[in-house]
Design a protein around this ligand. Sequence first.
Ligand SMILES: [Zn+2]
Length: 675
Amino acid sequence: MPAGLKHFPTLILLTLVSACATVNESKPADSDPDIAISSEAKAFEMKCETDLAMVLTLLDKQEKITEPFTVETVLVPLNELQIALSNGARLASTYKSVHPDPDLRKVATDCLVKYSDIGTQLSLSRATYDAVNMLDVSHEPDDTKRFYELTLRGFRLSGVDKDEETRDKIRALSDEITQIGQTWDKNILDDVRYIEVTTEDLKGLPQDYIDAHPPGENGLIKISTRYPDIYPVYTFAESDEVRRRLRQQERSRAYPQNEPVLKSLLEKRNELAAILGYDNFADLVTADKMIGSGTNAQKFIDRVSKLAKPAQEADVKQLLKRLKQIDSGASEVNRWQVSYLQELIKKEQYELDAAEVRQYFSYGKVRDGIFELVSNLFNVEIRPWQTSTWHPSVESYEMLQDGKVFAQFHLDMHPREGKYQHAAAFGTRAGISGRQLPLTTLVCNFPGEKDPNELMEFDQVSTFLHEFGHLIHGLFAGNHRWDSLTGIATEWDFVEAPSQMLEEWIYDLETLQAFATNAAGEPIPAELVEKLNRARWFGEGLTTGIQMYYASLSLNYHSSDPATFELFPKMLELEQRYSPLPHQDGTYFFTNLGHLNGYSAIYYTYMWSKVIAADLLTEFKKEGMHNTNTALRYRQTILSQGGAKPAAELVSDFLGRNYNFDAFANDLKKGISGD
Ligand SMILES: [Zn+2]
């Protein structure tokens, strides 16, 4: 999840956890002038101090530019400043999330805050803005024009064109928003709740889960609201009451303490939007997205909700039918029953057995299979890269085109103490043409560290491919000279489209049979792939409906003056309007939907990217999933472009038309099994 929301191009890059990543050439780490692997906290702290001082010197120079204002005197040094800022912040951001030494992680965290402060300072630098604003770029190449336009837009969204007093107010408000946001996150993180259950209550759960949860002195077992604890319960626990109680606790975290916190977060954001000339914060935060405005986001949510309705109703009907076999008097499906019932139906109706599937997906084979797929599709070579990293389990690779290295990446794929706990692609270093290669670090928590034959779950394989989609986007786009155009420098609501699209190949028989073999070397049977495909869309309507409820909550809290509504009733109203399932009594989701900080009004972005990903795929479905011409055209028109053009233009360059909702709507229909 992005850490904050700033409009200045560099900062947008810094906040995205799906850009590119860390490190050096095949020579000793310290010979690389930009990135050093500092294994000691002290050394990293000193490097950070030196780099920050250099960035500040550049900023100071930038603010003292005098006429004549030209591309050479204004934009080139500004680009240098952004690159320096980006290099330092990206490395700190990666180390903060992966370094095994807690002291170094702390240093990296502090270092990142300082970079972020300088970023804010730059975004409000009136002298720099005035100089940029006076440039004439009409005779410059397209990429220079684009850099100029993005820079100006970023400055204006930051409020740099306001008077000094207003700029001070903006700065103060931004700081307050950051601090309130931190309190919000911390309240959620700190509020771990428990329920106590008996051994009997855990019936249906896997034995390893039961073994990991022994009874305490009172004979009862404590189940926490932490993720690894809750999902198995929701999916497998036969006891309806246990699932209900656990979900009630989970969805009440940070209540009531986050209620006033959210209220003031919304008030400050609303105030900031007003100062910057917007009706509300939703309009401000969508101004530089594909969607363009809060009103458009609302229309999008309503449109998707409507499209999902038939599939959603079919899903609920199917779940209710199965529920009635357990409880003949049941008249509705509740939220705590969904995962459990879905699991039963998947087993019974789609005959999909997770254990049967996973035998074909050992970590080593999956990794090699993904390399093979990407190499063939995009005509690149991937080879090991000898370099130093922060942990012995990290593997490093180079990517080559026509025998020439053009990008590098690290795979940090296995869990360890203190490491980032989700999956993400970190842009450790942005590529700048003729100067520095792009470097991405994939950070995941998969099995396979001790032994590459360890097996992965199917959804982990899908996650691997998804993150690899971010990786190739960042690397293929890592050859621009302007910082704001390089890597995944596209609109936030387009970022997930290339990664969501790549997931599709995990359902392709030819791709799977090329690498997914079991211990005896037998490839995954076609019938099993067929089953995976049939089960795939089941539940999609329901999931889409629930996602649109979340999106509406995120949007609506930010689309009017918070003085005009109460948080809880507003949530209930939206839940009733968008959610396919009834509200669970005693839950307060508005105090623990973490995205309300990092994503503010734009939770819709996930679904927006998904609609576009489905449309992009139509070209591959037409020409063949392994057609290299289509893949190369896709790479050329979309991935390699980075931020060189608005995303909508990139998409229409590839499709030969504007994007539409048809493919997405068709996918939803696949979920309707006809009873
Ligand atoms: Zn992603």
